[in-house]
Design a protein around this ligand. Structure first.
Ligand SMILES: Cc1cc2nc3c(=O)[nH]c(=O)nc-3n(C[C@H](O)[C@H](O)[C@H](O)COP(=O)(O)OP(=O)(O)OC[C@H]3O[C@@H](n4cnc5c(N)ncnc54)[C@H](O)[C@@H]3O)c2cc1C
Length: 417
């Protein structure tokens, strides 16, 4: 339960970005509370069974060099590389780091515990209250006394005063100086009725599935070719979505497969998340039966687990002081107010249930401007992770775990100033 009713910084959402934000705020000396609706941390990275960290390394055919924030690098070194994992190369010089979900999950707890962050699980934020305030703009003449200032010379603005939540179904409230919305879905602006980027096409969701019974000698790429051919020849064309081995997940005869739904998400069809979850789970059974029937080496294929939640890549986004654009990503722009490094290309899962990549130069990176993390309409509200302000194609680059940790840590520092 919430130990105290006041914190300097409250972080809403315990995904990778929220955890990094809470750590940064604690490192900056703030008292911090992290609120998470589930009974577990990691968000998409754990409940949707992701399994690989992208956005840690620069894209390069010749070297392996870090391309992320210090927090993400230290996290990877301390919890993943030190336990024997190593970076793997995928197509076109892309490099990623595979991780075990239980280990990843407990590592997030360790980082928060080490910094004495108050973690409130089973805590769903359901409301927020605004208060109006008048602030004197920075360029106002400092000799101007208060009595000389009219209301017009000051900026009328608003700040969050209270967050309301259900803690294991018990209503309660918390007050704070600043709020970091790490929900990935612009939760706080939605609750406040503020304008959001809530229309248009988002990427197709995917369901992760653990399997056993894969041929021992076969590598992931050739298995994916065999699977794709088998599904096509048994009548499961692109209209059923795609099924492929998650890169870096194959160990002996087991691996994680990723089933991607055939259609992108249309935000105007909201609410549809429940229907998509159910249809993904329903489609997987017939696809597996077809594989077992057609490919002799897969006749013993069995599902060992299915991710608790369908993975939604992006959703509603907030309106901030600045918006990250695809042009800035592709030009590797590094604005003066850049606060987080992005080294992953634009990766879009669209109509045909396959990833389409748009690259920027090898061994280069872009930086996310601070303005894309700071709410336009509320003075004490910040965003991070997959829920920053930006174009869909830009966030398709910045949403990966390495960069989400970077924008999280940056939001934590900004919120503690
Ligand atoms: C299918 C799929 C595959 C991916 N593959 C990769 C990959 O291979 N490598 C990679 O690096 N990235 C990958 N990504 C992207 C990456 O995993 C995510 O973008 C990243 O983990 C997002 O982190 P986040 O903290 O911003 O958001 P989230 O993980 O969405 O965290 C948000 C948190 O907020 C909580 N929350 C929401 N509402 C409330 C509320 N009302 N009250 C309290 N808490 C709330 C949620 O429960 C959640 O824990 C993939 C994503 C998907 C969907």
């Amino acid at each position: 339960m919430v130990g105290s009713t006041y914190y300097d910084v409250v972080v809403v959402g315990g995904g990778v970005a929220g955890v990094a934000a809470a750590c940064a705020a604690a490192d900056a000396g703030a008292s911090v509370c992290l609120l998470e609706r589930y009974g577990t941390l990691g968000g998409v990275a754990t409940v949707s069974g992701v399994g690989t960290i992208c956005g840690l390394y620069l894209r390069s055919q010749r070297l392996i060099a870090w391309g992320c924030s210090e927090f993400a690098q230290t996290f990877a070194e301390r919890h993943i590389l030190s336990r024997g994992a190593s970076p793997l190369r995928a197509r076109d010089g892309l490099i990623f780091l595979p991780y075990e979900i239980p280990l990843f999950h407990s590592s997030l707890y360790s980082e928060l515990n080490a910094r004495k962050v108050t973690v409130c699980l089973h805590s769903t934020v359901i409301g927020a209250e605004l208060t109006a305030e008048l602030i004197v703009p920075n360029n106002t003449d400092s000799n101007n006394t208060d009595s000389n200032n009219t209301v017009n010379e000051k900026e009328a603005t608003q700040r969050i005063s209270v967050l309301k939540l259900l803690n294991w179904n018990m209503p309660c409230a918390v007050t704070c100086n600043t709020v970091i919305d790490a929900s990935g879905e612009a939760l706080i602006p939605i609750l406040l009725g503020l304008p959001c980027d809530c229309e248009g096409v988002r990427q197709a969701p995917s369901l992760s599935i653990g399997v056993r019974g894969l041929p021992l000698g076969e590598d992931e790429r050739s298995l994916n070719v065999v699977i794709a051919h088998a599904l096509l020849s048994s009548g499961f064309g692109v209209q059923y979505g795609s099924l492929a081995v998650l890169p870096g997940s194959k160990r002996d005869d087991h691996a994680s497969l990723k089933y991607t739904l055939p259609k992108p998400l249309l935000l105007s069809n909201f609410p549809q998340h429940s229907d998509l979850e159910l249809s993904a789970r329903k489609n997987v059974g017939p696809l597996f039966e077809a594989l077992k029937k057609i490919i002799p080496q897969l006749k013993n294929l069995t599902q060992t687990w299915v991710a608790p939640q369908l993975g939604f890549r992006t959703g509603t986004r907030p309106i901030c002081n600045e918006s990250l654009t695809a042009a800035a990503v592709l030009a590797c722009q590094k604005p003066a107010n850049g606060v987080a490094i992005g080294s992953w290309p634009i990766e879009i899962w669209g109509e045909n249930a396959r990833a389409e990549f748009s690259y920027f130069a090898e061994e280069d990176y872009f930086t996310v401007p601070a303005g894309a993390l700071k709410a336009r309409d509320v003075t004490n509200l910040f965003f991070c992770g997959r829920g920053i302000c930006g174009e869909e194609r830009a966030v398709a680059a910045s949403r990966v775990i390495g960069t989400a940790m970077g924008t999280g840590y940056a939001a934590g520092l900004l919120a503690s100033r």
